[in-house]
Design a protein around this ligand. Structure first.
Ligand code: FES
Ligand SMILES: [Fe+2]
Length: 457
């Protein structure tokens, strides 16, 4: 990479030109494991992400259990666009654009609730929870030609559910959700088909001065940071027994999985692991839902994490918040919501098995809150680091030097990361997944491909 200051500060470089330079440069260096740090915390790249990534991809909207009854709704965003995630009076889940067909005001202003109708606060147009326009004040006196059926709320053209996870795509044309998820379905089945899960409480949210790509990259499989970044929590015995090395385990990094990635601890033990769930809870699982290979991976699974492109992550923690208490299988679903260049809002849903006893669900929630939430023992470790990355990324000096970040770990022949050809699931499984950058590179490959596809000019 050239550090020629004159070249990088080409006089009068416009936003789009600069974006093109950065993307071109990334195309040349990505396979060597170098990513321009300038892709983080950049206004023009961010605007392009909103249209080319969040405007095209299947984006997570919420979990079915958040809207169990007809009329239940939640405000959600796709990229930065406002939508209402609602179960209509017929039981159908819809993702309605939160914008009145009259002058565009938000028709829904509460974060959540249950309603048969949404009434716009501006002039009072009223819509059923199906999106149909059913009330217009002074319609007879003021509107000569207003066909209500032509003015229902706009809605996301593609909405689909996979094992309770609801996604929407706002592009006119889209592959099916299953096609989009590709090999990731094999893994998602292990969590959401084997276990009927429900969201406990409301999602917690917090704003971080970090680009949405920074935590996404981390959750693609930055297992390398755990012993250093989370040392204090690990030292006092909080977290997972798989991470503290109490059991013989192998950490697999699953890359090359249709743009999505996973990290899975496999633990050799007589005891069925199932992410730390105790036997009485494991008994409630749908064991027949998995094939033998999936079931064996689930049986041996300790801490597991992953990301569905672009911004849905999860961590399945066989963990505890107190070294004197038993671990529980806490599942945290994460969404890294873009909120501007170098800024994101983390959303965190804690899920527990639906058929588990209430006191167990409470423990799942407690452990989730005290480990991976804004005030948990692990989360601030990451937050306090991520914001510095994005500060550097947006700096003049990073631009002057065309600074890059490095993803070369585990990519040579003599590293400890080895492909396990016997891995039963889709993707490429790297044994010793703590020393490979293949997972994170997959994120940047998918990101770069999406940002540079034809038409993304
Ligand atoms: S903007 Fe909604 S009724 Fe006018
Ligand atoms: Fe972390």
């Amino acid at each position: 990479m050239s550090h020629d200051i004159e070249q990088s500060l080409s006089a009068g470089e416009s936003g789009p030109q600069r974006t093109r330079r950065i993307l071109d440069s990334m195309g040349e260096t990505l396979e060597q494991g170098e990513v321009p740090i300038e892709i983080l915390n950049d206004e023009d790249i961010y605007q392009r992400e909103l249209t080319e990534i969040f405007g095209q991809a299947w984006v997570y909207v919420g979990h079915e259990s958040e809207v169990p009854e007809p009329g239940d709704y939640r405000q959600r965003t796709i990229g930065e666009d406002p939508f209402v995630f609602v179960r209509d009076e017929h039981g159908k889940i819809r993702v309605l654009f939160n914008s009145c067909r009259h002058r565009g005001a938000n028709i829904c202003r509460a974060e959540k609730g249950n309603t048969t109708h949404f009434r716009c606060p501006y002039h009072g147009w009223t819509y059923q929870n199906t999106g149909d326009l059913v009330g217009v004040p002074q319609k007879g006196a003021g509107f000569d030609h207003l066909e209500a059926e032509e003015h229902g709320l706009r809605e996301a053209p593609h909405v689909d559910t996979y094992n309770g996870l609801v996604f929407a795509c706002i592009a006119p044309e889209a592959p099916s959700l299953e096609e989009y998820l590709g090999g990731a379905t094999w893994y998602l089945d292990m969590y959401f088909d084997l276990i009927d899960m429900e969201v406990i409480g409301d999602p917690q949210r917090w704003v971080v001065d970090a680009d949405w790509k920074t935590p996404t990259e981390n959750f693609y499989g930055d297992n390398y940071h755990v012993p250093m970044g989370h040392k204090s929590a690990i030292d006092v015995g909080i977290g997972s027994e798989t991470a503290t090395g109490e059991e013989e385990s192998e950490l697999y990094g699953i890359a090359d999985c249709d743009g999505h990635a996973f990290s899975i601890y496999q633990i050799e033990s007589e005891k069925p692991m199932f992410w730390g769930h105790p036997e009485r809870v494991v008994e409630t699982f749908n064991h027949d839902a998995l094939d033998d290979d999936q079931h064996e991976v689930a049986r041996k699974s300790g801490v597991t994490l992953g990301t569905i492109f672009p911004n849905l992550s999860f961590i399945f923690l066989g963990g505890r918040d107190d070294p004197n208490k038993d671990p529980v299988g806490t599942f945290c679903l994460r969404q890294w919501q873009p909120r501007g260049p170098g800024e994101m809002e983390a959303w965190n849903w804690i899920l527990a098995p639906t058929d588990a006893p209430d006191e167990y669900k409470e423990r799942v929630y407690e452990v989730g809150m005290s480990t991976f939430s804004a005030a948990g023992n692990f989360e601030p470790d990451d937050i306090g680091i991520w914001d510095g990355i994005d500060e550097a990324a947006g700096s003049v000096f990073a631009e002057q030097t065309e600074a890059t970040t490095l993803f070369t770990m585990g990519r040579g022949e003599n590293t400890a990361a080895e492909v396990d050809d016997d891995w039963a699931g889709p993707g490429t499984a790297y044994a010793n997944g703590g020393v490979t950058d293949e997972n994170q590179l997959d994120f940047y490959r998918k990101w770069h491909e999406t940002m540079t596809t034809e038409g993304a000019e």
